[in-house]
Each structure stands twice: as C-alpha cells, then as structure tokens.
Design a binder for this molecule. Structure first.
Ligand code: 4NP
Length: 167
C-alpha cells in the first residue's frame, strides 16, 4: 500500500497574498527535501471577496524574484469540508485562526493552528497582512514563510512523514 499523504491547507483572509505564497513556497521547499509525493498542499481564504481571482500582482512579483510561481492559482474560500479534507489547517494570523475555530467541527482530528507556531524560533505568531503595505512588507512575508516552511518540512520529515509513520 502506498504511504498515506499528509494534507496541508494554508489559510489567510483573501487567499491572494499570504496563503497562496505559503502554498507554493512550502510545496517547493518540501519537494526539494524529497517529500513532494507525500504531501497534498492547498490554500484558501476566510473571506469571499477575491474568490476566483489570481494572487495579488505584488505577491506574484515578489515570489517570482525568489523563483516561486504563483500566477496559476485562483482564490477560494475555506469551507467546513476542508476540515474533512486536511490534516493540518494553518492560519496566517490570529484573526484567521479565530475565524477557522468558529468553523471547526467538534470531531476534527487534525491540527488547527498558526503557521508560525510551527517555527517557534521566529518568536512571532502572525504573518502580517501585506495587502495595504509596501514592497518591504511583501519581502518580510516571504522571509517568514520561507523560514517557517523549512521548519515545518523538517518537523514532517522527522515525524509524520518519517519512514513507518502514517501508513
Ligand atoms: P491575504 O491579504 O489575506 O494575505 O490574501 C489580503 C488580501 C485582500 C484583503 C485583505 C488581505 N482585502 O481586504 O481585500
């Protein structure tokens, strides 16, 4: 039987800046660590305003400078069904975590939490919303997401995706 995949969903407000960036950066870093076939990665927003839209052009441009391709993504809104489909639901900030906690079914067996809490060495909890901010905010967002993605990939490689786990 093939090993079970770990399913990871990143969630922000609009699904056009932070969570699509996390989806692609985490997927790329996991692939470089040899975990591509062991993961399903997606992103969504708690808000509905941008459903169907591509990521914000600034998120696309800043990510492209670091070699990440975001332009093919389209925003969607998180649903209750996501709690059946994903093992890790990772919010970009505490506001979105609160919105997700309100949607969470009582019997959700997975992990709902803050993405940056998987990288405690960063000593910050939120990926700040860059939407109304400048280029530096998009670079800071990418720095945090790359750092936390590396930490989460290491955790998965040592634990849930280690040989023998989750089969
Ligand atoms: P995101 O950024 O949650 O990282 O996708 C935002 C995108 C759009 C809005 C807010 C945040 N907005 O208010 O439309």
């Amino acid at each position: 039987m093939p090993p079970q995949r770990v399913r990871v969903l990143f969630v922000c407000l609009g699904n056009i800046c932070r969570s699509p960036t996390a989806e692609v950066v985490f997927r790329d870093i996991a692939a470089r660590a040899g975990l591509a076939g062991r993961l399903v990665v997606d992103s969504a927003g708690t808000g509905e305003w941008h459903v169907g839209n591509p990521p914000d052009y600034r998120a696309i441009e800043h990510a492209a400078r670091r070699g990440y391709a975001l332009e093919h993504l389209r925003a969607r809104q998180v649903t209750g069904d996501d709690f059946r489909r994903f093992d890790y639901i990772l919010a970009m900030d505490r506001n979105n975590l609160a919105a997700l906690a309100a949607l969470r079914p009582a019997q959700f067996p997975g992990h709902l939490g803050l993405f940056l809490d998987l990288a405690p060495h960063l000593r910050v909890h939120d990926v700040p919303d860059p939407y109304d901010e400048d280029a530096a905010a998009f670079e800071h967002m990418l720095d945090l997401i790359e750092d936390a993605s590396c930490a989460f990939v290491r955790t998965l490689a040592d634990g849930a995706l280690a040989p023998g786990a989750l089969r």
